[in-house]
Design a protein around this ligand. Structure first.
Ligand SMILES: Cc1cc2nc3c(=O)[nH]c(=O)nc-3n(C[C@H](O)[C@H](O)[C@H](O)COP(=O)(O)OP(=O)(O)OC[C@H]3O[C@@H](n4cnc5c(N)ncnc54)[C@H](O)[C@@H]3O)c2cc1C
Length: 480
């Protein structure tokens, strides 16, 4: 049997595992996850009002249950894989989360797959002031353990009437929707009760989504933008830039790609000035964030200052680099600034040499999923990458699936000429290190059932246990 260790348990981990387990009967997989719960951004990223997209977790559950019964799959939750030299952290690891040196995985498994996502928010450089990050907002709404205690902070932020969200991608739209939509639309989902309470008291009435580049560079998907224009209680306020050339006649521009044309059609067909709704939202372009301005007495945010920019050429198709000329500064009054500039990958904590990392692009250097030595470009035997940490933090789950299949195909091709290494002990080689503290898949199912039951009492899908220690306690009690 080939022993395979996967770091992470998001879509990339599950799709890679699925392809390997289905393709070969002599592969067994251990999936190491730092949190007590599986499924990565399916649980903690995808918006709560997109429950259909979250249903992919049911497929992963079927896979785990099936192959666990066969004895070829094991979930190892509450175990963070870290750098080999992080001995102090390993020794001091809390009872609710164990740390496992990467070198132990390499020593005990034939194949190690890094599928640990790209979890860090890109920061917005500002001369003065700090924006709230969309990453933190999304984690809070989704009940991520790192957001424990954040409700007071967000209650304070949501006292603002106008919020500016910097960024024109789908996550920015997710944030704007949560800020503007009626909180009742979230009550039956899995948004934690204390978050719903804060959202219900939010004073935000107007959201401006701002980007440094122009309308043809928007990175929204058509489905999400259309959904935004149809919010029942928030009007879209068209920006007059869209009434000028070349944006006005975007449909007939021969050099413009299909994707921005579609987005422009949606915007041109939206915005009913007569509809009176209690909230509103708008899009702004060619504004580069400069600094956040505070009220001198109250220290609360009163505006964000942008530097206006203009494109050198109006012929700038979607996805291409755009050259901008800086112009004058302009203040946009608001009480809250949220930066949504995307995510980036990080190396494993304290893992500098064993697992190569390209800090510039935020990914593990690889060729079709085979991790390569950055100096020689040669593949490192038995080491692979999959998902966002392999290709960068872009793409929906379908894209992550294709990417995972590519990695699995590389592994399968390499296994054709390999033999299982008898010296690799697999889980037996690391068990002593974990001290029996990891969360099994059955343990996760205990927590899952607990959350569903608590949710049912409240008429919602689930009530998430946000605190990792509490989650571990529930698992420990039920897993006996
Ligand atoms: C806010 C947001 C909303 C999105 N909405 C949608 C949507 O509506 N529809 C859609 O199709 N796609 C959506 N996506 C994209 C989708 O979530 C990604 O394509 C997908 O999750 C990437 O999968 P992954 O497995 O590479 O990473 P992740 O899903 O991030 O999984 C990585 C896993 O690794 C774990 N991990 C990290 N470090 C370690 C470590 N050291 N040791 C052990 N485990 C570790 C993490 O806890 C996590 O569970 C969204 C993304 C974001 C950020």
């Amino acid at each position: 049997m080939f022993k395979v260790a996967v770091i992470g348990s998001g879509p990339a981990a599950f799709y890679t595992a699925q392809h390997l387990l289905k393709s070969r009967s002599n592969v067994s997989i251990h999936m190491f996850e730092k949190l007590a719960t599986p499924f990565g951004l399916v649980r903690f990223g995808i918006a709560a009002d997109h429950q259909d997209a979250k249903k992919v977790a049911n497929k992963f559950d079927e896979l785990a249950t099936h192959y666990q019964k066969e004895g070829r799959f094991q979930f190892v939750g509450g175990v963070e894989v870290v750098g080999s030299e992080d001995a102090d952290a390993v020794a001091n690891a809390s009872l609710s989360q164990r740390r496992l040196p990467f070198s132990l995985l390499r020593k005990n498994y034939d194949v190690v797959i890094a599928a640990y996502g790209a979890e860090s928010a890109k920061t917005m450089p500002l001369k003065q002031g700090r924006a709230v990050s969309a990453h933190d907002f999304v984690q809070w709404v989704n009940g991520h353990p790192d957001s424990i205690g954040h409700s007071d902070m967000f209650a304070h932020h949501l006292e603002a009437e106008t919020a500016v969200v910097v960024g024109h991608g789908n996550v920015a739209l997710d944030v704007a929707r949560v800020l503007l939509d009626d909180v009742d639309s979230l009550r039956r989902t899995d948004v934690p009760d204390n978050v719903l309470q804060v959202l219900a008291e939010s004073k935000v009435r107007h959201v401006r989504l701002v980007a440094r580049r122009g309308p043809f560079q928007m990175a929204f998907t058509a489905k999400e933008l259309r959904e935004m224009t149809k919010l029942p209680n928030a009007s879209y306020m068209p920006n007059e830039l869209l009434s000028s050339e070349p944006y006005k006649s975007s449909d007939s521009l021969p050099w413009l790609d299909r994707s921005p044309k579609r987005l422009m059609q949606i915007l041109h067909g939206s915005g009913d000035a007569k509809a009176i709704k209690s909230k509103s939202w708008a899009l702004d372009w060619y504004l580069s964030p400069h600094q956040i301005l505070q009220d001198e007495n109250t220290k609360s945010i009163k505006a964000i200052q942008f530097q206006k920019t203009s494109p050198v050429s109006s012929v700038v198709p979607f996805g291409s680099k755009i050259e901008l000329v800086p112009n004058e500064f302009v203040d946009m009054p608001c009480g809250l600034v949220i930066s949504s500039l995307g995510y980036t990958g990080l190396p494993l904590p304290n893992c500098s040499e064993d697992l190569p990392f390209d800090a510039r692009s935020g990914v593990i250097p690889n060729i079709q999923g085979r991790v390569i030595d950055p100096a020689t470009k040669a593949p490192i035997e038995g080491l692979y990458a999959s998902g966002w940490i392999k290709r960068g933090a872009v793409g929906v789950i379908a894209a992550t699936m294709y990417d995972a299949v590519e990695t699995a195909d590389s592994i399968l091709a390499d296994l054709e000429t390999a033999k299982p290494d008898a010296s690799k002990q697999g889980f037996a080689g690391i068990q002593a290190h974990l001290g029996g503290k990891a969360v099994s898949y059955d343990g996760w199912k205990v927590l899952d059932e607990h959350e569903r039951k608590e949710g049912a009492k409240r008429g919602k899908l689930r009530e998430k246990v946000v605190d990792l220690k509490s989650a571990m306690r529930i698992i420990d009690m039920g897993d006996k």
